[in-house]
Design a protein around this ligand. Structure first.
Ligand code: KIV
Ligand code: ZN
Length: 391
């Protein structure tokens, strides 16, 4: 299917590489269960050569979810590939994901190798990996800072050696949507149907999701991403944002994934409970405030028809409901509705007084809790009733 985009989840590998996000084998298994419910196409469970824990996590996920495509990362050398292949032994749909840097910066300062050496190692690694499984992915680390002619040469060579997927990561989050789209367009055209072009974007300039979407428009058919956007440094493209951008703006991104979007929020919540931090409150799709409305004009519009201020139905991403935050910007409509929900329905006269006192209090504080609002409403109702009895 030309318009199908495969979601390669790397929360358990690249995501785990961010400070404060390392996971035990049992935590990875718990997270893997949710990622399977979410419907990711490929689940990268670890980098086996890196640690015994990663090896065990790849083995455990492969055993537990045999029908899922499980990937294990390996550098382009014999030992890494053998260890990855061994860890994937129980998988019915194993994928060896082998990588080597291709940019001159990495060749000169990190690898101290020539372009020809790297090309040869990439090809040999893919050939070796193919001896253990049919599904081999090659990543050209730092692809976006690699000479384009050389990148095309490497891409063609690894496909000829048996790679089915060629991933062109923006490893340092340096690219821009136009630039990345052009690069992906060029390599997709060069490879044609011989391989799937994949993208993997880091968020150093806050462009990871925009770059991933530009790449899909230019021909990429696999997106590597993580829940809550966790990952090295500023993180990876956030899975929930990539998926919901394609779903919500299908007119602009006419592509399909098989993600069960109702699982996005539960998945994000589970990850937050496992790692040491959650998404920032204003994070798109899964942040605490993603479906919260505070301004009175917004609340009034939302209460008349939610589409005035909401482009995504919260339930469609697994968020139970929108939240009307009652603060100093809120209006009467929302306050009246909240008091009613809290069991204190108000007349117009009562609401006028409650509203005046509420705005005074909200001005002093960051907002009022439900119990404080209910107390205030009851106090006003009592006061007005007593005043009426006296007259
Ligand atoms: O960012 C990167 O280049 C990577 C590769 C190993 C795919 O994570
Ligand atoms: Zn990465």
């Amino acid at each position: 299917m030309a318009d199908r985009v495969y979601i390669f989840d790397t929360t358990l590998r690249d995501g785990e590489q961010s400070p404060g996000c390392s996971m035990t084998v049992s935590e990875k298994l718990k997270m893997a269960a949710k990622l399977v419910d979410l419907g990711v196409d490929i689940l990268e469970a670890g980098f086996p050569i890196a640690s015994e824990g990663d090896t065990q996590a790849v083995e455990a996920v492969s055993k537990e979810y045999p029908w899922v495509s499980v990937a294990a990362l390996a550098r382009c050398n014999k030992n890494d590939i053998l260890v990855a292949a061994q860890a994937l032994k129980a998988a019915r749909r194993p994928r060896i994901h082998t990588f080597i840097a291709t940019s001159d910066i990495h060749l000169k300062f990190k690898l101290k190798k020539t372009r020809d050496q790297v090309l040869e190692e990439a090809v040999n690694a893919v050939r070796l990996a193919r001896e253990y499984c049919d599904d081999v992915e090659f990543s050209a680390e730092d692809a976006t800072r690699t000479d384009h002619d050389y990148l095309e040469q490497v891409s063609r060579a690894v496909v000829a050696a048996g790679a089915r997927t060629v991933n062109l990561p923006d490893t340092v989050g340096f690219s821009t949507p136009e630039e990345y789209g052009a690069l992906i367009g060029r390599i997709s055209k060069a490879l044609g149907d011989s391989a799937i072009v994949s993208v993997h974007c880091h968020d150093d300039l806050g462009l990871a999701v925009a770059n991933s979407l530009a790449a899909v428009q230019a021909g990429a058919r696999q997106v590597e991403c993580t829940i809550n956007g966790i990952g090295e440094r500023a993180g990876n493209a956030a899975l929930e944002e990539v998926v919901m951008a394609m779903k919500t703006r299908n007119d602009r991104y006419p592509f399909e994934t098989k993600i069960v979007t109702e699982q996005l929020y539960p998945c994000s919540q589970l990850l937050t409970s496992i790692v040491s931090f959650g998404p920032q409150p204003n994070k798109a799709i899964v942040g605490e405030n993603a479906f919260a409305h505070e301004a009175g004009i917004h609340q009034d519009g939302y209460l008349k028809n939610r589409t005035t201020y909401e482009i995504i139905e919260p339930k469609s991403v697994g968020v139970p409901e929108s939240r009307l935050v009652l603060g100093k910007h809120s209006g009467r409509h929302a306050l009246a509705q909240r008091c009613e929900t809290l069991g204190v329905p108000l007349t117009k006269e009562q609401l006028d007084v409650v509203y005046t006192r509420f705005t005074e209090a909200a001005d002093r504080k960051k907002g009022l809790r439900n119990d404080e609002i209910a107390d205030l409403a009851r106090t006003v109702v009592d006061e007005l009733a007593k005043a009426a009895a006296v007259q």
